[in-house]
Design a protein around this ligand. Structure first.
Ligand SMILES: Nc1ncnc2c1ncn2[C@@H]1O[C@H](COP(=O)(O)OP(=O)(O)OP(=O)(O)O)[C@@H](O)[C@H]1O
Ligand code: SF4
Ligand SMILES: [Mg+2]
Length: 367
């Protein structure tokens, strides 16, 4: 394995042993670091203090308009060929942040920059060629695939929309090549999503995303709905595609072991804000934020309704409608400093110069 160098780029990925609390079983051999082929220091996509507030339905007597602070002033950048892991409890804003980056959700405040261009307010027409370069893979590969379309139609749709093929034969050849690239047989072309297993459906979702030759993919819990036995296969596929195509990923997951395995850097989110961000190896070795420590210590539990595992921490997450003043984690934090943590908002600041390890906390762990 070799890592990229410099700055706060983590470089190497952490192919280490499975976290025993996780259901994820990493492949026996850690994947090669993609840094050599893809990751550079160049920022591909960045958010600049981006926020998304959703108005809450008002009762007839309500005087003030209230908002869900889904994402609150997040600045995050992902470099070419890099995987940025994003973890946090349910409802903390991970998916909203991913969608903001793709401009599938319009920001309330802040900016989104793609390849140096401010895309925050550009028209849909201007955005169209950029859309091709940014894609998303969803958690549930079944509901995200149209059941009435064949696999060929699903994968081919984007090729047609973006006028990437000239003839029918050309289109078919491209679709077959894409299916083979994700480990599917060419005869999948004329079959329907329901004829495939969960893992194969996720491969179809990946082929669809790859059709337009993207540079950045938001992977929103891409293996959470899959059987443990096939999770590693999909992870390996994503890693291999990254290595060969130089893709950058925002990898959203509740599963800290998976995130550790695939990410160069990891950001921890709590109530719409990034509270800690560091090269992956460093974050897992010496987490500084009390929330990150709590996450690492928390046991995931199966959630039968959503067919996946949820992180469970002591104490309820406060409402994102009226988040607590000061540090929003203070009502649950064992290290809270009265008079400070409940009043002043901590800023995300580097803990050791040049380490790329940033923490938003008035009283972080020091080792
Ligand atoms: N369209 C919407 N309208 C109103 N509120 C929304 C909307 N989308 C998300 N929210 C709220 O924003 C907050 C963040 O939601 P989001 O889906 O981004 O969280 P998440 O971290 O992805 O959660 P999960 O792990 O459950 O997927 C939640 O409180 C959610 O209820
Ligand atoms: S700022 Fe204070 S309340 Fe927030 S995590 Fe740090 S110690 Fe805890
Ligand atoms: Mg989500």
């Amino acid at each position: 394995m070799s890592g990229s160098s410099g700055g706060d780029h983590g470089g190497e990925r952490n192919g280490g042993a499975a976290d025993e609390r996780s259901l994820f079983q990493p492949p026996a051999k850690p994947p090669a670091a993609i840094a050599e082929t893809g990751a550079g220091s160049k920022t591909l996509i960045a958010t600049d203090r981006v926020s998304k507030y959703y108005p809450v339905q008002r009762g007839i007597f309500a005087r003030q308009e209230r908002f869900v602070h889904a994402v609150d002033g997040v600045s995050l950048r992902v470099r070419r060929g890099e995987t940025m892991g994003l973890v946090g409890e349910s409802g903390c804003g991970k998916s909203t942040l991913g969608r903001l980056m793709l401009r599938l959700v319009e920001p309330t405040f802040g900016r989104v920059l793609f390849d140096g261009n401010d895309i925050t307010h550009v028209s849909q027409r201007t955005l169209r060629p950029l859309r091709r370069r940014m894609q998303i893979i969803f958690q549930d590969p079944y509901s995200s695939l149209n059941p009435r379309m064949t696999v060929g139609e699903i994968v081919g749709e984007a090729l047609t929309i973006h006028r990437l093929v000239k003839t029918r034969a050309d289109e078919e050849a491209r679709i077959v090549a894409l299916l083979e690239r994700v480990g599917m047989r060419a005869d999948a072309l004329n079959r329907y999503p329901h004829e495939f297993s969960g893992g194969q459906r996720q491969r179809i979702g990946i082929a669809r995303a790859l059709a337009v030759e993207p540079e950045f993919i938001v992977c929103d819990e891409p293996i959470s709905a899959l059987d443990v036995s096939i999770q590693a296969q999909i992870i390996n596929l994503l890693l291999e595609l990254q290595e060969t195509m130089g893709l950058a990923y925002l990898f959203v997951s509740h599963d800290l072991a998976v995130v550790q395995h695939v990410s160069h850097r990891v950001a921890v989110m709590y109530l719409g804000k990034i509270v800690e961000r560091a090269p992956a190896e460093r974050l897992y070795r010496e987490p500084r934020h009390p929330y990150t420590r709590a996450l690492l210590a928390a046991a995931p539990r199966p959630d039968p309704e959503r067919k996946r595992v949820r992180l469970v921490l002591e104490g309820d997450v406060p409402s994102p409608i009226d988040p607590p003043a000061g540090c929003t984690f203070h009502p649950r934090c064992p290290r809270a400093v009265p008079g400070t943590c409940d009043r002043e908002v901590p800023r995300l600041e580097e803990v050791v110069e040049g380490s790329g390890h940033k923490v938003a906390c008035w009283n972080p762990h020091t080792e």
